[in-house]
Ligand binder design. Sequence first.
Ligand code: MTE
Ligand code: MO
Length: 293
Amino acid sequence: MSAPRPSETTPERVWRARRALLGTGLGLAAGLALPARAAPPPDEVPNLPEQVSRHNNYYEFTTAKDVVWQLAEELRLRPWTVSVEGAVERPRTWDVDALTRQFALQDRLYRLRCVEGWAMVVPWRGFPLAGLIAQAQPTSRAKYVEFIALHRPAEMIGQRQPVLDWPYREALRIDEAMHPLTLLVSGAYGRDLPAANGAPLRLAVPWKYGFKSIKAITRIRLVEHPPVTSWSKAAPSEYGFYGNVNPEVAHPRWSQRRELRLGELSKRPTLPFNGYAAEVASLYSGMDLSVHF
Ligand SMILES: Nc1nc2c(c(=O)[nH]1)N[C@H]1C(S)=C(S)[C@@H](COP(=O)(O)O)O[C@H]1N2
Ligand SMILES: [Mo]
């Protein structure tokens, strides 16, 4: 990772200071405000930047979470294009930097809950996916949005093994994709996104298990039928299409009732929809969420 310019180091110092102060109960009194439009309640404390960038699931590199960050340094992040295609009136291939200039970036403090039971709180920087989809003018046939990640085994050395069916693919229903909480992320902690977290562009869908938040996106395809996703193809009984965080629905091999936030010693209860039920539960009214898990 290249050294940050001095102008880039301030936000990180602020996060560190805020975390330190909250530890002493002084955080809010000291006037270190959360970014505007932070979704979780303000009592949430962000994880430290290196907790977020050095404990990763990114199977294109390795299944060993603690060394992803080293292997991901090898990935060439530019030039990078992202296409918006399929059932749209105006398909377009974007240069990723043009994309992040076009859509106003916001800082959002989101929880991320991995299906394996660990969790973290991250100040992402990104823009709602809804704006990009609207710009492409979906046709009436656009019912789902499929995301396809980079396939480049020369640099993503985990892709030399058939751990998953590469490239990594994920998908959302169109109303989930258009929800204002669904973010395309290009940064974290006020800086460029670390490669290990999915630079230059990843998804953040905070009410779903982490596997839905695909990294290294290269194609966004609007389609009529539910796409086959990497995890649902690999193990359909373990990873459903929806992947909504749900303490009541166990993974076949473990309970989802509790979770461990990175850096903490005792587990917390898992919250329905990862704490975002007020915002998103209505998307699933009438559905049996133990069937559509
Ligand atoms: N392309 C790609 N995206 C991915 C993954 C992956 O292996 N490849 N893993 C997913 C899983 S299981 C999780 S929990 C999150 C982890 O994101 P983080 O490393 O930024 O915490 O990324 C998701 N996105
Ligand atoms: Mo995960």
